[in-house]
Write a protein that binds this ligand. Structure first.
Ligand SMILES: Cc1cc2nc3c(=O)[nH]c(=O)nc-3n(C[C@H](O)[C@H](O)[C@H](O)COP(=O)(O)OP(=O)(O)OC[C@H]3O[C@@H](n4cnc5c(N)ncnc54)[C@H](O)[C@@H]3O)c2cc1C
Length: 424
């Protein structure tokens, strides 16, 4: 028998937690699920060595306070009507809802370049997550590269865990960054956050207009030992032990695609299309946070609160809507500033692996008109990540637009699939 909730929230990041809190405050029967074993999403990911900030701890506690049903380690694999089929490490079940809030957040955009699959080279957000989970970094020389505000956050986390951060290499040009900094007074909270991060990274050079062109192995060829960078000063080689490189974030759209929500374009990718009250194109389905476009933690919380109120048919205070619009204006300014420059899209050559799950190079994709054809002929996107990394990279490189999604969203057990016949 499927459990039924007034409001079901998919994702326990800042947006989902705020939505749950707002809906529960209206007396609704609320459940929050997340694929991760702990709540907090990307920004408030559990750190095994360092206590969370008081804001993170407070927000997580408030978002899961009783009577909210909290379902950790629970992934959505399929959907039908007003129900989601979810899988936990041991079981599967259908969850029915009156209203659904999609708060599935974002993931990192990784772009292929020669050497990006060498041991020691990881995503910037990936490095941050690994550091929080105990990746040994004490005394390791790390280059942080790519684009966007996440580089500063990742650099600060890596340093806190003992890494020697050699440089932050930002692809955006200095003029764009200066313009962005000059407008930050409109968002004093963000200005303060940027200043705090710079303080935590005191002495670390922040190099604008700089791109990692190649990661180089040591003499045994087995692990990263240096990177070649291209900056306004010309090409350089930096010896290092680790490279943390990410080119910004993109919305997690699998659940929204599966349900058939209308989308809008977010650069080369898609984001859920919502109205002022976070309503999607589907009746009683709402979306909040980075699934609606990359906007940062404050925006995610505001949108979550709006979605939680709207999902319980509660009037949304005008002030909340205004604050959300202001936060979205910041997001637009970030997007303009860190727009990827053409050299970044020309880093991969024909021999560069694009799909690391299935060992497919860029050259092997020549002649294929769409992702489906490429997939059938080369197995590109058919590995463990199911195209989440290579599909997004290829879309960003302008090779194939990303298509929709088919169930199951994640690799699922046979017993889970057997459940799909029994939506009570
Ligand atoms: C790797 C990474 C690191 C980041 N680090 C920082 C940082 O240090 N500082 C900062 O200010 N911002 C950081 N961000 C940006 C951050 O994503 C946002 O500011 C904020 O966390 C967005 O909140 P959200 O609730 O929209 O999404 P998220 O925090 O991304 O939460 C979404 C949640 O949904 C869950 N989920 C997704 N799909 C499913 C599914 N099908 N089934 C079940 N659960 C699902 C995910 O497990 C996740 O917990 C980071 C982003 C990424 C991708």
């Amino acid at each position: 028998m499927a459990e039924r909730y007034d409001v079901l929230v998919a994702g326990a990041g800042p947006a989902g937690l705020a939505a749950a809190q707002a809906a529960a405050a209206q007396g609704a029967r609320v459940a929050v699920l997340d694929a991760q074993p702990r709540a907090g999403g990307q920004v408030w990911r559990h750190d095994i060595r360092h206590a969370p900030s008081s804001r993170a701890a407070r927000s997580i506690r408030a978002g899961l306070e009783r009577p909210i049903a909290w379902m950790p380690g629970t992934s959505v694999v399929a959907a039908e009507g007003d129900a989601l089929l979810v899988q936990t490490p041991n079981a599967a079940q259908w969850l029915r809802y009156r209203s659904l809030v999609i708060a599935t957040g974002a993931r990192e955009l990784l772009l292929p370049f020669p050497g990006w699959t060498l041991p020691g080279a990881v995503g910037a957000g990936g490095a941050q997550a690994l550091a929080k989970q105990g990746w040994p970094l004490a005394g390791k020389r790390v280059v942080v590269a790519g684009s966007g505000p996440l580089l500063l956050a990742a650099g600060a986390t890596l340093r806190k865990h003992g890494a020697i951060v050699l440089a932050i290499c930002e692809q955006a040009e200095a003029a764009a960054l200066r313009g962005f900094a000059a407008g930050l007074w409109r968002w004093p909270g963000k200005l303060l956050q940027a200043a705090q991060l710079r303080l935590q990274l005191a002495g670390v050079p922040y190099r604008a207009g700089t791109v990692v062109r190649r990661a180089l192995p040591g003499p045994n060829g087995d692990a990263l030992r240096a990177v070649e960078i291209e900056s306004p000063r010309g090409p350089e080689k930096l010896a290092c032990d680790r490279l943390a490189v990410g080119y910004g974030l993109l919305p997690n759209m699998e659940l929204a695609h599966l349900l058939g929500c209308a989308t809008r374009s977010h650069g080369a990718h898609a984001a859920v299309q919502v109205d002022a009250r976070q309503r999607t194109s589907l009746d009683r389905v709402y979306a909040a946070g980075e699934a609606c476009g990359i906007g940062g933690v404050d925006c995610a919380r505001l949108e979550g609160s709006i979605a939680g109120l709207a999902a319980t048919d509660t009037e949304v205070p005008v002030n909340l809507l205004r604050q959300r619009d202001h936060a979205r204006a910041f997001a637009a300014s970030v997007q303009r500033t860190f727009d990827l420059r053409p050299p970044v899209r020309a880093l991969a050559d024909a021999d560069t692996l694009v799909c690391r799950c299935e060992d497919v190079t860029l050259g092997m994709l020549a002649g294929h008109a769409d992702f489906r054809g490429a997939k059938l002929a080369t197995r590109c996107g058919m590995g463990a990540c199911q195209g989440r990394i290579c599909g997004a990279a290829l879309a960003e490189l302008g090779r194939f637009p990303q298509a929709g999604c088919r169930p199951p969203l994640f690799p699922a057990r046979l017993s889970t699939l057997a459940h799909s016949e029994s939506n009570a």
